[in-house]
Design a protein around this ligand. Sequence first.
Ligand code: UDP
Length: 325
Amino acid sequence: MRVLVTGGAGYIGAHTSRLLAARGDYVLVVDDLVTGSADRIPGIPVVTLNIANGSAEQLESLMREHRIDAVIHFAAQKQVGESVAKPAWYYEQNVGSVAQLLLAMERASVHKLVFSSSAAVYGEASGIITEEASANPINPYGATKLVAEQLISACARSWPLRAASLRYFNVGGAGVPELGDTQALNLIPICFEQIAAHKSPLIFGDDYDTADGTCVRDYVHVSDVADAHLAVLDVLPSEPGNEVLNIGTGIGTSVRDMVDAILEVTASELSAEVRERRAGDPAAVVGAVDRMRELTGWSARYSVADIVESAWASRQYFEARAASS
Ligand code: UDP
């Protein structure tokens, strides 16, 4: 297949681009290289472009010139806090890019799309969450992902677009150290930061209605997430539509268990400190992943230990690189 990957020099995008290239697909990456880096995808052509505004014509030409069959769209802004501070910019970037892409795809007759969505669309839903759960995002980041999904669905009703929107749960780890996420502001990297500064990792609330009182999340390894894109690309339905699919493990891990795993992997003598709950955190968010398994046969292979170990190895790789430069 000949695949255009937007955001293909970023964290999940680079893992996916490398997998596609390794199995013999032609890959063209379009990335603004603001947070991504072309070093992550050696040998894969990269067009440097932010697609949020006025890019449809250029994208259409690229699709024609490179005889593209399918698009995987990762390029987006992903920091929840920043989306609260800059909502209009988040809509421009995360919805504008999808609009430009769809305009180009329709004109160039490219009819296959895999879209990078997020479990953030579920908002404060708690428990094991199926794709049927109502989507009520509680921040602009989640809202942009939901609006983009709706835009894709509308196009699939208007022209023969065969799409899937993948709602990722808590993605972590690195397939190889140089592909780790250097932008992440979530539990695992925050704990690493604390430990590196000889400070205790913090647990935000231990009075939730869960087995150990701390929040439960579904952590999925980035290599599994990348693999999921290939699996979906191969089975996009023959009928137009937008298939919404959870991408997780179906297994919940508490913050306490995750922090213990982090302390062990980092061989830290520190212990966790419990603080107040963080506003807006649902008690438990675990993906029901049956739909994805039934459609594609895919399921996650990596464990929480694999996620933490590979994330730590990646952090050490980037620290060593920074120290030697
Ligand atoms: N969390 C924590 N301590 C931290 C960072 C996060 O206890 O230093 C908790 C957070 O309250 C949530 C869970 O870890 O319950 C996962 O948070 P994260 O921001 O990684 O992802 P989210 O599920 O909120 O998108």
